[in-house]
Write a protein that binds this ligand. Structure first.
Ligand SMILES: [Zn+2]
Length: 63
C-alpha cells in the first residue's frame, strides 16, 4: 500500500529460527524466544521444537 514502507528499512534484528519460515523479525515485534533464538509465531515455535499437533489417541495430524 505505502511505498514509504518499502524504502525505509525497518530494524530487522533477527530471523525466525524455523528454517522453513525464516521470516524477518523486527525490533519491537512480539516473538517467542527459545534459548537465544527467536521465532515469529506459535506455529514456528512448534515446528522448531519438533512437536506436531495430533488427535489424541490417534497418531493423525490435526492439520
Ligand atoms: Zn516463523
Amino acid at each position: 500500500m505505502s511505498k514509504v514502507l518499502d524504502m525505509v528499512a525497518p530494524d530487522v534484528i533477527d530471523y525466525c529460527a524455523n528454517e522453513e519460515c525464516g521470516a524477518e523479525i523486527y525490533f519491537g515485534q512480539p516473538v517467542t524466544k527459545i534459548g537465544n533464538e527467536l521465532v515469529c509465531s506459535g506455529k514456528c515455535l512448534i515446528k522448531k521444537l519438533g512437536a506436531v499437533t495430533v488427535i489424541a489417541g490417534r497418531e493423525v495430524s490435526a492439520e
